[in-house]
Design a protein around this ligand. Structure first.
Ligand SMILES: Cc1cc2nc3c(=O)[nH]c(=O)nc-3n(C[C@H](O)[C@H](O)[C@H](O)COP(=O)(O)OP(=O)(O)OC[C@H]3O[C@@H](n4cnc5c(N)ncnc54)[C@H](O)[C@@H]3O)c2cc1C
Length: 230
């Protein structure tokens, strides 16, 4: 477990107690085909997982990550560059004239990040096609929105924005909190859980500013986020 993430882990562990009672009611033994080797979660309390090679790993809690693999076969067959998705420039153009890619499958050059980024979220799939369409029309369009998603899990609603990575600072308690990721004192991402005060907008401004932030002030709910130096 990453020491930098201890505050976030503590918040998740507190939340997990409530999920545990739900899991006990719903699951007996789930068997999944996981390429990383976990084949079952042993219930009723999800105290350990069983891997393909027979190892039993004790677990305080289990985070199940369900995602997708970019389906790039068509692009590969067409000879387009593919690396963790179809490689496109900031205007969602592939190397082939008049061929574009957007959404989950696109690994797009992101001007702010300064690298290619592939995002598997609804907001990206919603907004990238607009830029692709503009580029198709010959406009000098660039997709530079910061990654964002929202999701609702039972009575927890959350929003996340940014690229993530770095030290985690948490403001709030286990039911309502904001986690901030800081690298060299600069905000890289924020996730608000059951907090609906426009955190993503402020966080995006802070991320883009590159300003150094005081972790103690970030962790203090009495300090308005809007007052952070930016
Ligand atoms: C379980 C799950 C939960 C999620 N929850 C959230 C959430 O809470 N919040 C959030 O922001 N995002 C969430 N997402 C992600 C979100 O659903 C995706 O980011 C979004 O749907 C991507 O849209 P897309 O149009 O890029 O791709 P898709 O929706 O995958 O559409 C691609 C389409 O192309 C078709 N296709 C592929 N290859 C070919 C081919 N060769 N020929 C013809 N058609 C082809 C596919 O069949 C598919 O219909 C979730 C995803 C999953 C799987």
């Amino acid at each position: 477990m990453d020491k930098d993430n201890s505050a976030l882990i503590e918040a998740l562990q507190r939340s997990e107690k409530r999920f545990r009672s739900l899991i006990e009611n719903v699951l007996d033994v789930i068997t999944i085909l996981d390429k990383n080797g976990i084949i079952s979660y042993e219930s009723p309390s999800v105290e350990r997982v069983l891997t393909r090679d027979g190892a039993r790993i004790d677990a305080d809690f289990v985070v199940v990550g369900i995602g997708v693999m970019p389906r790039t076969g068509l692009a590969e067959a067409a000879g387009l560059p593919v690396d963790n998705g179809i490689l496109v420039d900031a205007g969602l153009r592939t190397e082939a004239e008049n061929v574009f890619a957007a959404g989950d499958v696109a690994n797009a050059y992101h001007p702010f990040a300064g690298r290619h980024v592939r995002v598997e979220h609804w907001a990206n799939a919603l907004h990238q096609p607009v830029v692709a369409a503009q580029a198709m029309l010959g406009k000098d369009a660039v997709y530079d929105r910061l990654p964002y998603f929202f999701t609702d899990q039972y009575d927890l609603g959350m929003e996340y924005t940014g690229f993530g990575g770095g030290e985690v600072v948490v403001r709030g308690d286990d039911r309502e909190f904001v986690a901030f990721w800081l690298r060299d004192g600069r905000l890289t991402a924020a996730m608000n859980v059951n907090v609906w005060t426009g955190v993503p907008e402020v966080a995006q401004r802070l991320i883009r500013s590159g300003a150094r932030l005081d972790p103690a002030a970030l962790a203090d709910p009495a300090v308005p986020l809007e007052d952070m130096t930016a």
